[in-house]
Design a protein around this ligand. Structure first.
Ligand code: SAH
Ligand code: SF4
Ligand code: F3S
Length: 495
């Protein structure tokens, strides 16, 4: 497809023979470990990298120390993600020097940015290869070149195009029930605070037929849920249509096609940008039961002055209009959002505009972030006249208000029997299962007391998790408790 793609099979075959030779010589498989930071886009890129590595006969290691190849899939959307990664990388210097064949690769959103690229090369010269975000197609080549060298030097493939370079690659899914599918890469929006367009390049939409084939294959392999991902899924296809492909489908047409796949239970998608949320899409969201009763619609700020400075290209009024349209097209739809506090120049009035908008919309959930200057973005050069103390105080007021709304929203579920798609055992306790409702609420639930005689419950209780309630089970849960970030309940029956 793209020039280096004609060689991918060559690199795959070469690495596979080396991995097989290693297995024979060492009596154990060559192993890998991937540490992923950031958003679902990175999660999916890591799943594809793992799929490719296993396709080349490497096996997953239980932790970094026991792996032969370690890959960091990086994020730089806010400063704390940067810091955690550099800390991890610093710890690996000795590990890398202990065994000659060990390799360290860095991919994701950092290596392609000039500042990070130089820091990586200068401060961590023991790294073996650098790849752009989404460039899994070059992973076999990076591994090959870095293991063919006589003398160590960093193989830097970040000069390759940032746009998605693969049609379909092997994938090893993290969850059995949920298939993440990237429908596009990059972002054209250049919100003034955001590094993503610099890290991931311009929007580039994948072929709808390839996406559809991947979605069908995922469902055939047992996925109950599909999540379509892109930084701004609502502008899917704009790049192709502006290149003259008039019939390239819109996101509304694409999601409609996927929603019709038989045996698919829940179709999720993120992220939606308010400026591109069309009436056509709202209509489709209202029409298909399979499409989740939820939308993630980042607001960022309720102040028109700040929205303009952020280059978001919508107003608070337009946002409210969208919320109303969504709620009439799909009654009960849950709405989650992202909000930034402490954007340069944010006044108390700006902040109060945000609180007011939150009061009007009453978001079901919100992810709230303290503004983090990202070098290379326009806002990083703007003077920050809000003190850390004010930012912290605003952040807490915002959290308090959102927690109140989240609890109220969850309380509306009390006493109801809700459909839950199970993801497995709860993270904190092995008697409790976890899953999500169609409107994306996290539910932790247990099995009822022994006195229940329902056959289904007895079967579920007496058998190992894998053969009864497990990742991918569809159940009904009676909701007994509402918290800010989750619901609790009791298993009622299989859905
Ligand atoms: N494409 C998506 C997600 C981008 S990153 C979107 O447009 O919404 C996820 C969230 O991180 C953003 O919505 C924003 O709220 C937050 N974010 C991005 N850059 C940030 C920065 N420099 N400081 C603080 N939060 C930021
Ligand atoms: Fe960043 Fe804005 Fe693009 Fe989202 S839409 S990735 S916030 S530039
Ligand atoms: Fe982070 Fe890149 Fe995603 S910067 S949030 S991993 S697009």
């Amino acid at each position: 497809m793209i020039s280096n793609m004609k060689n991918i099979d060559f690199y795959i075959d070469a690495i596979r023979s080396r991995a097989e030779e290693f297995h024979i010589n060492e009596g154990r498989p060559l192993s890998y470990f991937i540490r992923t930071f950031g958003c679902q886009q990175n999660d999916n890129d890591s799943e594809i990298s793992a799929g490719l590595l296993e396709h080349m006969s490497l096996e997953a290691a239980p932790n970094i120390e026991e792996a032969d190849v370690v890959i960091f899939n990086t994020c730089s959307v806010r400063e704390n993600a940067d810091r955690r990664f550099y800390g991890n990388l610093g710890n690996l210097k000795t590990w890398r020097s202990e065994e000659k064949q060990r390799r360290i690769g860095v991919m994701g959103c950092m290596p392609g940015q000039d500042t990070h690229n130089s820091v990586l090369k200068e401060s961590f010269p023991y790294i073996d290869f650098l790849l752009n975000a989404g460039d899994m197609g070059n992973l076999p080549r990076a591994l090959y070149e870095s293991s063919s060298q006589k003398k160590h030097s960093i193989v830097d493939l970040t000069d390759q195009a940032k746009e998605m370079t693969y049609p379909s690659l092997p994938v090893k899914r993290e969850n059995k029930h949920r298939a993440l599918i990237s429908i596009m890469s990059g972002c054209n929006n250049f919100c003034t605070y955001c590094i993503v367009p610099y890290a991931r390049g311009r929007e580039s939409s994948r072929d709808p037929l390839v996406i559809l084939a991947e979605a069908r294959a995922a469902v055939d392999n047992g996925a109950k849920e599909i999540m379509l991902i892109g930084q701004n899924v609502n502008s899917y296809g704009n790049d192709m249509r502006s290149k003259g492909e008039k019939d390239f489908p819109s996101f509304a047409r694409l999601i409609e096609e996927i929603a019709r796949i038989p045996d698919l239970s829940v179709l999720r998608y993120m992220t939606s940008h308010p400026k591109d949320l069309s009436d056509e899409l709202i209509e489709v969201i209202g029409k298909y039961e399979t499409i989740e009763a939820h939308i993630h619609l980042p607001l960022q700020s309720g102040s028109n002055r700040l929205l303009k400075k952020m280059n978001r290209r919508y107003t608070a009024e337009h946002y409210l209009e969208l919320v109303n349209k969504l709620r009439s097209a799909r009654p009960g739809i849950s709405i989650s959002t992202d909000i930034i506090v402490g954007f340069p120049g944010e006044t108390e009035e700006d902040f109060e505009d945000t609180l007011r908008l939150m009061e009007t919309v009453k978001f079901d959930r919100a992810f709230t972030f303290i503004y983090s200057p990202r070098s290379g973005t326009p806002a990083a050069d703007w003077s920050q006249n809000v003190s850390d103390l004010d930012i912290q105080e605003r952040f807490e007021r915002l959290l308090d208000l959102q927690n109140k709304h989240s609890v109220e929203s969850n309380e509306r579920c009390l006493g109801k029997n809700l459909y839950v798609l199970v993801s497995g055992l709860s993270k904190t306790d092995d008697e409790t299962f976890s899953g999500r409702t169609k409107d994306d609420r996290l539910v932790n639930f247990s099995l009822p007391e022994e006195s229940e005689t329902d056959d289904q419950i007895l079967t579920a209780r007496g058998k190992p998790l894998s053969s009864t309630i497990a990742d991918g089970s569809e159940v009904f849960v009676k909701i007994t408790k509402a918290k800010a970030h989750s619901l609790e309940g009791v298993f009622v029956g299989l859905a």
